[in-house]
Design a protein around this ligand. Structure first.
Ligand SMILES: Nc1nc2c(ncn2[C@@H]2O[C@H](COP(=O)(O)OP(=O)(O)OP(=O)(O)O)[C@@H](O)[C@H]2O)c(=O)[nH]1
Ligand SMILES: [Mg+2]
Length: 219
């Protein structure tokens, strides 16, 4: 009988990715660029939150947005129309961004001019949670219409994020959504999680989000 050779591909890929992510974070830090990785399911409001942030911070700090999508330039064009540099990363079917993809994007950017770099990750609550992109902070957006049970179903992404933005709170009056239950479920997974409630439609809570970002940029 022959011996079976076992190669742990998944662990090897993750470990290579982690090393690359450390290199990216160092590179960003040395150019004074703070990177925010924004994750959510499709349509929760990633682009909307980025556009709202641009409205407030555009004249204060140098902003750039890396948009990751399976296909299309739709979101990058919205960012460009808002007067901010954007880069569209077509993942060609990949359901998340990893550090190697991020490295390619950074090579195309002049980091010296960028204080705040957003990555809008691919819309997906599962795969993006598994890869370190090199970002300084991870943000997850959950929108009210998605339901308050999502931390129970997709725990990893809630464990990996520093901040949970609950978007579309303008729907609260008509939705079957229990904010306290959501917060409690998120805190069981991640006791230090920072939770910010916003509506990108009405602008409610955006000041709190922007203040949190300003604090990060100062630190
Ligand atoms: N009512 C309401 N609608 C919102 C809010 N935020 C975003 N939307 C709408 O929700 C839809 C999706 O928002 P996007 O910002 O494109 O969501 P996304 O997460 O970037 O979507 P993908 O990039 O496709 O994953 C758009 O029609 C927005 O106008 C909000 O706070 N309230
Ligand atoms: Mg988008």
């Amino acid at each position: 009988m022959k011996e079976v050779t076992l190669i742990e591909i998944k662990e090897e890929i993750h470990s290579e990715n982690r090393k690359e992510a450390v290199i990216i974070r160092d590179k960003l830090s040395s150019s004074g660029t703070y990177m925010v990785n924004i994750m959510s399911s499709p349509g929760a409001g990633k682009t909307s939150l980025i556009l709202k942030t641009i409205e407030v911070l555009k004249d204060e700090v140098g902003i750039c947005v890396v948009e990751a999508d399976l296909d299309s330039m739709v979101d990058a064009e919205k960012v460009a129309a808002a007067g901010v540099e954007s880069l569209q990363m077509k993942t060609g079917g990949f359901c998340h961004v990893d550090a190697f993809m991020m490295r390619k994007s950074l090579d195309a950017l002049d980091l010296e001019r960028i204080d705040l770099l957003f990555l809008e990750n691919v819309g997906n609550l599962i795969c993006p949670a598994q890869a370190d992109t090199g970002a300084h902070t991870n943000v997850v957006i959950l929108s009210v219409p998605e339901g308050d049970d999502k931390p129970l179903k997709y725990p990893l992404i809630f464990r990996k994020c520093e901040t949970l933005v609950v978007n579309k709170i303008d729907y609260l009056s008509v939705a079957d959504f229990n904010m306290e239950a959501l917060k409690q479920r998120a805190r069981v997974l991640n006791p230090d999680i920072n939770i910010i409630e916003v509506s990108c439609r009405t602008g409610e809570g955006i000041d709190i989000w922007v203040e949190w970002l300003r604090g990060k940029l100062r630190s």
